[in-house]
Design a protein around this ligand. Structure first.
Ligand SMILES: [Zn+2]
Length: 311
């Protein structure tokens, strides 16, 4: 492949009902595409965007290099551009391709997590964290990833107060910094929690503000069974789906630092999430106020149950 571009054009598998699974399975092209191209003497890697949307936006995200392999550029093509390139290649095996990129890595800037809490009325030392992340991917405004999670985390606390409820355990909203390229906000929050010997009951994360479906829990089977018992209370609001799975990137480091009984991810309907994920199309107009509010209310309900009954 000396002197050539490697073009990865494996599409999202639309037969998979979970777009997150399609994203995971197509993701190797972007994650290790440039490494595999570099190993073979290629000059660059072109990757079909990880989405089932047919549009002109490049959908970008994490890619890796291996220090033992020559570094070559990796670029995301929009799905329409990838289809076009594929047609052109079929028509002309000697097609020439020129790539111009202007990506730079700027120096780090000091930044902060933002934290606010309601002290528990009975068990102030037991903490329930609820959070989203303040930063966004560089091409994106980050309305759904993760402006919505930030809003819902604050909204959950506001709703508890507006309803006149005094949570028995401490509920802490955390707006995390730097989820997208290093997770340093989540890492630092967990480090401080361990250093201060805090007791964490559970942590909830929202990353994407579509219609609530339920929650995914990262916990021991006995804890998952306890959470499942609350299903009937969430069912009227269509937020009772409980799956075992990833809690969230920001809250992830808490797992080893302070061992909360559960890491819980807010599950919104994800069918449209990868249409806008990490693109210039992730803008405020894509957020539906009703869906956003229903999500915030679902999270507030779960937090109330956690604060009253523990795990
Ligand atoms: Zn995110």
């Amino acid at each position: 492949m000396k002197g050539k571009f490697v073009f990865y054009n494996r599409p999202f598998d639309d037969a998979l009902i979970e777009p997150g699974m399609a994203y995971g399975r197509a993701g190797d092209q972007r994650r290790i595409g440039a490494i595999e191209a570099g190993k073979r003497g290629a000059v660059g890697a072109l990757v079909r965007s990880l989405t089932s949307a047919h549009d002109d936006y490049p959908h970008t995200g994490t890619m890796n290099y291996d220090p033992a392999v020559p570094k070559v550029p990796g670029a995301a093509l929009s799905t329409l551009a990838a289809d076009k390139l594929s047609l052109l290649l079929k028509a002309n095996k000697d097609l020439e391709f020129e790539l111009q990129m202007e990506c730079v890595t700027l120096p780090d800037e000091k930044s902060y997590n933002v934290v606010g809490e309601i002290k528990g009325s009975k068990f102030p030392d037991e903490i329930i964290t609820v959070g989203g992340h303040l930063d966004s991917w560089d091409l994106a405004e980050g309305a759904h990833d993760d402006g919505t999670g930030v809003v819902q985390s604050m909204e959950a606390l506001r709703l508890l107060r507006a309803a006149g409820l005094k949570p028995e355990r401490t509920v802490r909203a955390v707006l995390f910094m730097n989820e997208e390229n290093g997770n340093r906000g989540g890492t630092e929050y967990a480090r401080l929690a361990a250093q201060n010997k805090e007791k964490h009951l559970a942590a909830i994360e929202s990353d994407g503000g579509f219609t609530p479906r339920g929650f995914s829990a990262e916990a021991e089977p006995a804890i998952v069974a306890k959470l499942a018992k609350w299903g009937p209370l969430l069912k009227p609001y269509h937020a009772s789906d409980l799956t075992v799975g990833h809690g969230g990137t920001d809250i992830g480091p808490l797992k080893t630092a302070v061992q909360p009984k559960a890491l819980i991810g807010y599950d919104g309907d994800s069918q449209r999430y990868f249409d806008i994920h990490h693109t210039a199309a992730d803008t405020f107009d894509k957020v539906n106020r009703r869906e956003l509010e229903l999500g915030g209310a679902s999270m507030a309900s779960l937090i109330y149950l956690l604060s009253k009954y523990g795990l």
